[in-house]
Ligand binder design. Structure first.
Ligand code: LLP
Length: 423
């Protein structure tokens, strides 16, 4: 794998005189204004990552369809829309958000195994670039619907390439045959021939997505090889294509490890893609926003028991699910260094579940009640997977641009939390 230095230009969360900042602003100031738990995103960090990838892919015609599921905040989406990003959506709700943030239909691709007729209709109305179709049933439903609506649906088949994809957790591997995702590789060529004859369908591309948090280019190379075989077969079948979608999955550094770079991804994969003359679509989520977010939380109590020391915070698994759901590891540190000695702690939330933790067996400066902790690398799949479990309002979200902070989602209140219910 070719290695190149990440071209990221700004330090998103520098520490100055012991105080954690987001870009130019001390995080303690943000908490003083908006409270905790608080998600804080570095706008320039997001821009940097987008540009890193865009520059690396510049030699081929391409579309960076940001995966909205990673972080669908409108402020984040608007930031990316302004840079020319498209969107990868997987629901009517994500489509709605992407459009609201100003991402035009022609830059949107729609993936997912269970698109409903209403969702398909909304996407047809929006004039999206492509439906990444995941089953024969979906293909037929889409064709029928498009005919009824007097239009044609542009599609790619999402093919399951059946490649091994090492990711940190089994739940985030999607490229092997036994997952629910995509169309069996052996069936794809025939289904393309069927699709090409359907009245409501225009074949436009081929799509794969093999998993998430992939740290090497190898798995992408293996998936690309399978896709290229199919591309050549379709050429023989006189089925013209316009694009090739390699999905998302580029990994990031949770523990300071060497991450995949835009340059290494491009230098390995672009030569073969260039030969096809096809446009490249990618669907990165985590790569763009993951490292650009922290979750700020306040310590409520510190207690000992059973040979353990627990730091109890006002953020829990409802605010950040990754540690308990995927054994995800996130750096945790005091927002303001106190110079105290280190202690081994479990950082846990207020939720009534033993699985409610943010970090286990962590050596850190022992904080005192009232002090702030920062949980790092939570820009992706942080807020977007949060819930109101235990009837806790979800966190507020702030976007920082240099020395300017904007509240991009205010904290929910109890009235809103019951507003849709009837007594
Ligand atoms: N495209 C498709 C079709 C996807 O299913 C996904 C992620 C992406 C793109 C974006 O993948 P990324 O570039 O972000 O790796 N909640 C898990 C990750 C689940 C990923 C689901 N699909 C986590 O927190 O690790």
């Amino acid at each position: 794998m070719a290695t190149a230095e990440p071209t990221t230009r700004i330090e998103m969360f520098p520490r100055r005189d012991g105080v954690l900042h987001c870009e130019e602003l001390p995080v303690s100031e943000l908490v003083a204004r908006w409270g905790t738990p608080l998600y804080v995103y570095s706008k320039n960090g997001i821009r940097d990552r987008y540009r890193e990838l865009a520059e690396a892919l510049a030699p081929v015609p391409h579309l960076i369809a940001y995966s909205v599921k990673a972080n669908g905040n409108l402020g984040v989406l608007r930031t990316l829309a302004e840079l020319g990003a498209g969107a990868d959506v997987v629901s009517g709700g994500e489509l709605h958000r992407a459009r609201l943030a100003g991402i035009p239909g022609e830059r949107i691709v729609y993936s997912g195994v269970g698109k409903t007729v209403n969702e398909l209709a909304a996407a047809l109305d929006a004039g999206i670039y492509a439906f990444n179709v995941e089953s024969e049933g979906e293909l037929c439903a889409l064709s029928d619907l498009a005919c009824t609506m007097g239009t044609r649906a542009p599609i790619a088949l999402r093919v399951n390439p059946d490649v091994e994809t090492p990711t940190p957790h089994a739940y985030t591997r999607t490229g092997h045959a036994a997952t629910k995702f995509g169309i069996a590789y052996e069936r794809a060529r025939d289904l393309y021939s069927i699709a090409a004859k359907m009245k409501g369908i225009t074949v436009r591309g081929v799509d794969v997505h093999i998993g998430s948090q992939i740290m090497e280019v190898g798995p992408f190379e293996r998936a690309l090889a399978r896709v290229l075989d199919l591309v050549h077969a379709l050429k023989q079948d006189d089925i013209p294509l316009e694009f090739l979608d390699l999905g998302g999955g580029l990994g990031i550094a949770y523990q300071g490890e060497e991450r995949i770079t835009g340059a290494s991804f491009a230098s390995t994969l672009l030569p073969e893609i260039l030969e096809t003359g096809l446009k490249l679509v990618v669907e990165p989520g985590r790569f763009i926003v993951g490292e650009a977010g922290v979750l700020l939380t306040r310590v409520i109590y510190v207690k000992e028991g059973g040979g353990k020391r627990f730091v109890i915070t006002d953020a829990g698994m409802n605010d950040l699910l990754r540690p308990s759901h995927y054994s995800g590891w996130h750096a945790v540190e005091p927002a303001v260094a106190q110079g105290r000695s280190m202690a081994r702690v479990d950082v846990v939330g207020p939720i009534c579940e033993t699985g409610d933790f943010l970090a286990l067996d962590r050596d850190m400066e022992l904080p005192k009640p009232g002090e702030l902790l920062a949980i790092h690398t939570v820009g992706a799949y942080g807020f977007s997977m949060s819930s109101q479990y235990n009837q806790r309002p979800r966190p507020a979200e702030v976007l920082v641009d240099g020395a300017e902070a904007t509240l991009v989602r205010r904290r929910e209140n109890y009235e809103e939390m019951v507003a849709a219910e009837m007594l």
